[in-house]
Ligand binder design. Sequence first.
Ligand SMILES: *[C@@H]1O[C@H](CO)[C@@H](O)[C@H](O)[C@H]1NC(C)=O
Ligand SMILES: *[C@@H]1O[C@H](CO)[C@@H](O)[C@H](O)[C@H]1NC(C)=O
Ligand SMILES: [Ca+2]
Ligand SMILES: [Ca+2]
Length: 248
Amino acid sequence: MSGVCVPPQRIQLILSLLFLFQIQSLCFDADDRSASDVCSSHTILPGPKGDIGQKGEEGEGGRPGKVGPMGPKGTKGDLGDRGNQGIIGKIGPIGGKGDKGQKGSPGGAGGKGKAVIAGIRETEDKFYYLVREEKNYRESLTHCRIRGGALAMPKDEGANALIADYVAQSGLFRVFIGVNDLEQEGRYVFTDDMPLQNYSHWREGEPDDPSGREDCVEMLSSGHWNDTECQRAMYFICEFAKRRVEAR
Ligand SMILES: *[C@@H]1O[C@H](CO)[C@@H](O)[C@H](O)[C@H]1NC(C)=O
Ligand SMILES: *[C@@H]1O[C@H](CO)[C@@H](O)[C@H](O)[C@H]1NC(C)=O
Ligand SMILES: [Ca+2]
Ligand SMILES: [Ca+2]
């Protein structure tokens, strides 16, 4: 920009276009010579500051501020009133077993002679006792023997009827009795080796031994005898001679 002096109407144009420029800058290049020489006749500096304007009207009320942070915890309140009584709770679990009680005083002396033992039957010279444990024939035999008796041997009608009634009254269908042909097939004996020649009470059609393994004998609740397999397990009846019992 060599032409330092610009016509006033151009100045106005430049001012309106580039009003952000400070006016002095238009004379910048002419500093060497003298701003007063060049620009004195074309004063474009701004006028003095005007008077203070009138006070504005009061603004509208501001928007509500943000919610402030939570305040500190208050002091503890007074104890509330007592509430109503609750409904009855569930029944609790069963408690532990109580301690063992003290030993009772000794019982009175037993009656003399014919002691009544629950479940035992007797004839004039024998006791019969039903053993409610399922055992095979040999186990049954042993059970009675180690107790000083024998597997029941009904050797007459009276004993047979008594045992049959015992079985039926007990709600059973069959029990082992002391009869077998283990020693010799077809030759039945009582377990004390007495043959059956004077008494037997076979069911009709028995003994049949269809398999060849029926060497032991059961009494049915009807009192009838039936040969059956010795390995079967069932209840059985022991007999004890009264003489031996009384001798103790
Ligand atoms: C069978 O009965 C008769 C007569 O009572 C008797 O003499 C005999 O000894 C009895 N037989 C057996 C094996 O007990
Ligand atoms: C006799 O014994 C046999 C073999 O154990 C058996 O199959 C049969 O049912 C028995 N009879 C009766 C009437 O119980
Ligand atoms: Ca047999
Ligand atoms: Ca049979």
